[in-house]
Design a protein around this ligand. Sequence first.
Ligand code: NAD
Ligand code: ZN
Length: 381
Amino acid sequence: MKALVYEGPMTVSVEDVPDARIERPTDVLVKITTTNICGSDLHMYEGRTDMETGRVLGHENMGEVIAVGEAVDRVKVGDMVCMPFNIACGFCENCDKGLTAFCLTANPDPGMAGAAYGFADMGPYNGGQAELLRVPWGDVNCLILPPEARERQTDYVMLSDIFPTGWHATELAHLRPGETVVIFGAGPVGLMAALSATLKSASKIFVVDRHPDRLALAEQIGAIPIDDSKASPIEQIMEQTDGLGADRGCECVGYQAHDPQGHEHPNMTLNNLVKSVRFTGSIGVVGVFVPRDPQSPDPLYKEGEVAFDYGLFWFKGQSIGNGQCNVKAYNRELMHLIQTGKAKPSWIVSHELPLDQAPDGYEHFDRRDDGWTKVVLHPDG
Ligand code: NAD
Ligand code: ZN
């Protein structure tokens, strides 16, 4: 089959690799019709991780079931399915509690919890930027989609990761109707957090970034764009919240945060949030921060230190929640919002490309080139 493989820092290519297949009785085999490039793929692409070469990338996947193992009894051949990016067993202590991002079975590395398709440090699984994907514990890890999903793939595929992840940011921040919220990052995840805030009837939604095209997408759904290359984002938010700060904050950038001049500051968004969220407010962090990894080629990963202004955070009596999104926990509710037309997450899709053009998509998306907000790949042509 054709698949997008990691070749080394800043290099991916479409290669012929052995077909994905049913390996265990609980597996499901999916013919991928739609698969996205995610900001999380860029951690691997940029060579920040110790991702091994030859692995297939891609964790935002959707397609048609073409085979099921003999122990699969819920999912059927012909079903259109979307796969949460977390691979979960469905029966461990964490999965029992709905914490599928921290499955204790799927990641075979000692002391680790949580697994994903095509991801460094998250198990040995190949990704779905390919013609075929093997889905372990298929009855658990396939969300069966309604028939109309075939015609609205760019909406439904967002259930694999970024729509639930944006929603999770607002859940971790305890956002309630009528409250104000500031979201750092207008990438796909930040834009989905903004969409989630509109669905939760936030009164004012501030979205901070410096890319005009991304800020314009935030504005399209009624958020207030805050361009931090023009003036301090904290001052801009204080001015528009009677000097109090926003009630809630969402971090949708991650440790690779940088200033508008391009210098990396891993702690920048966290500290900006502490300053721009009000006393007693709360913050949800879904942007990726990383533990130390002595093997990592990237010094930020290797040292893994984020200086966080804990003193101010404590003084303001704020709270914080963070981590990978338990996608499965939100999937059905968010699917119904898409099905009933209340949510159209495809508004951020800028490019739909055949798999062959994926390396081009990576290059543009990684540079955050103007107009390259979300790249969707179609391995079936
Ligand atoms: P992205 O890189 O396209 O978007 C990040 C945006 O942040 C960019 O538009 C960039 O201009 C902006 N930015 C950079 N520094 C900033 C700063 N100091 N202030 C404000 N904005 C700044 O990526 P994405 O796909 O939107 O993903 C965002 C983060 O979410 C990544 O770290 C990704 O790995 C992570 N993520 C986490 C989960 C999860 O389950 N927790 C799931 C998916 C993605
Ligand atoms: Zn993703």
